[in-house]
Write a protein that binds this ligand. Structure first.
Ligand code: FAD
Ligand code: SIN
Length: 514
């Protein structure tokens, strides 16, 4: 067993920001970050558009950013949370820049501000079209300078340790005491006892067949919190990004940033018609729930597999300067954006709901905190405004830190049992895991997609039940295996999305039931 003062699960913007702050403030305390892949392999690393913050106080204002966020959230945001996050934004961005993150500036040396769907002003701070890569780089560099942080990469958190594991503990309230972690290289399971645990485990993209997310996004933190009986909400609000590059196979799809539409690109159907003009006065720059639903509608009407993003009328030299990564990626696929339209289709991108936290990042379980994409803070409501996610992670990482400075988690004197895997064996038929994973992703893609219906959702419950039974049995009989655990977590997440979709009776933001 390992003991630590602070355990962080996840090495994206949320986990790293929190860890840097705690480590700097408490040089005599130790912090462990566990992360299941390479330390930089996160949704954060792939963020393109940028961070939404109000900097230009001549044209923009906090009120405008608040209003845009509330409109996108379609009446379901928590207004006091929106205000808090928007107002904190500039301070948190400044801090990130002091830690070494570089963002593009204009000819006058001011930060260059981009625009994305749903934003009434230019306010998206970015590093070309690889903002997340730069943020992750800067944070990891800072982390490596801090000697009281231990980064355990390729370590998979299996489950949170709660009262459930400590039979002798007499307590009415649920508490978290750390996590059981699988060291993938050796196959050992480590018990990490922690005074405080922060879940910063990111999104759920891979529950769907088509996603913009890297393969780490399997909803592990949400599933762990759910099994530990934390409150989970708003899971029906899965956000589909309108413009993932169209590809026939399943798995991660390359994103064509919304900032490209902010730069003036048009959406066209196969006939060349700019269909968004008839849908919303903001046309291609309507919020992404509206754009994704409109594309879905176009595809259902025409039977086509994708629509197109047309950049051919844009200043291509300026395009290359702003979006070098997108330009090169297209070129590598023989798409010359100065002449060719880019085939695009909506793909699962972001989860607006998740583990319920208060403004200090506290979950419903004592000593368990959460920040970043795995949480439901109340900022996004029924649909996240573009580029509000990195912002939310920065603000909530800071809020947990601030709250813990005022109320330092107490050292735990407890005996925690080791992981018990008696009677289990190494799963012999990986094909079973792969087959069920494909079934799950197809089920979610086809029955629980952009537009839902009670009939299809009810069928999804039945199909998911079959997958659940098969995988739960395999899990109980098996030694820990990362792919199997991820699948089990995705099944839990799918269950939450389907059931909360069935419970929702009113269409809001990204949720459309017909
Ligand atoms: P992540 O960055 O995903 O980090 C999660 C971490 O948890 C990873 O290290 C992972 O390995 C670890 N982890 C997960 N499960 C386990 C486990 N069981 N055990 C151990 N470790 C685990 N947002 C914006 O605001 N602006 C943008 O421009 C933008 N562009 C985007 C573009 C793309 C292609 C994508 C996919 C997302 C984009 N987003 C954007 C969303 C944003 O990037 C994410 O919401 C945000 O980075 C999430 O940060 P995070 O720290 O919460 O999670
Ligand atoms: C994008 O660049 O389009 C992604 C922005 C986001 O998800 O916030």
């Amino acid at each position: 067993m390992i003991s630590t003062n602070f355990l962080v699960i996840g090495s994206g913007v949320a986990g790293l920001t929190y860890a840097v702050k705690i480590a700097e403030k408490f040089p005599n305390k130790n912090i462990i970050i566990v992360t299941k892949g390479d330390e930089s392999e996160t949704n954060t690393k792939y963020a393109q558009g940028g961070v939404a913050v109000v900097l230009d106080d001549k044209k923009d204002s906090f009120n405008k950013h608040i209003k845009d966020t509330l409109i996108a959230g379609d009446g379901l945001c928590d207004e006091s949370v929106v205000e808090m996050v928007v107002v904190e934004g500039p301070k948190r961005l400044k801090e990130l820049m002091l830690w070494g993150a570089n963002f593009d500036s204009d000819s006058k040396g001011n930060l260059d501000l981009g625009k994305e769907g749903g934003h009434s002003e230019y306010r998206v701070v970015h590093h070309k079209d690889i903002t997340g890569f730069e943020v992750e780089r800067a944070l990891l560099e800072r982390i490596h300078q801090l000697s009281n942080i231990t980064m355990l990469h390729h370590h998979f958190a299996i489950d949170l340790i709660t009262n459930h594991h400590l039979k002798e503990l007499k307590s009415d309230s649920l508490q978290c005491f750390g996590a059981y972690v699988f060291e993938q290289k050796t196959g050992k399971i480590i018990t990490i006892k922690a005074d405080s645990t922060v879940l910063a485990s990111g999104g759920i993209g891979h529950v769907y067949g088509h996603t913009t997310n890297p393969i780490i996004a399997t909803g592990d933190g949400i599933a762990m919190a759910y099994r530990a009986k934390a409150t989970i909400k708003d899971m029906e609000f899965v956000q589909f990004h309108p413009t993932a590059m169209y590809r026939a196979e399943e798995g991660p799809s390359f994103l064509i940033s919304e900032a490209v539409r902010g730069f003036g690109a048009y959406l066209r159907n196969k006939k060349g018609i700019r269909f968004m003009l008839n849908v919303d006065e903001r046309a291609e720059l309507a919020s992404r729930d509206i754009v994704s639903q409109s594309i879905d509608n176009e595809l259902k009407k025409s039977g086509d597999t994708h629509v197109f993003l047309d950049c051919t009328h844009l200043d291509i030299d300026a395009f290359k300067k702003h979006f070098p990564n997108i330009y090169e990626k297209c070129l590598s696929l023989h798409i010359d954006v100065s002449k060719d339209w880019i085939p695009v289709v909506p793909a699962s991108h972001y989860l607006c709901g998740g583990i319920v936290v208060d403004k200090e990042g506290k979950t419903s379980i004592h000593n368990l905190f959460a920040c970043g994409e795995c949480t439901r803070t109340g900022l996004h409501g029924a649909n996240r405004l573009a580029s509000n996610s990195l912002l939310e992670a920065l603000v909530y990482a800071h809020n947990i830190f601030k709250s813990q400075c005022e109320n330092l988690p107490k050292q735990l004197e407890l005996e925690i049992p080791e992981w018990n895997d008696k009677g289990t064996s190494i799963p012999k038929e990986h094909v079973l895991i792969q087959h069920n994973l494909m079934q799950l992703q197809a089920l979610m893609q086809n029955y629980v997609g952009i537009v839902r219906g009670d009939n299809r959702l009810t069928k999804a419950v039945l199909h998911l039940g079959l997958i659940y039974n098969e995988i739960e049995k395999l899990y109980i009989d098996s030694k820990i295996d990362t792919t199997l655990c991820e699948l089990r977590n995705m099944i839990n997440v799918a269950h939450l999305i389907i059931n909360q979709s069935l419970e929702r009776t009113e269409n809001k933001g990204g949720f459309l039931k017909v």
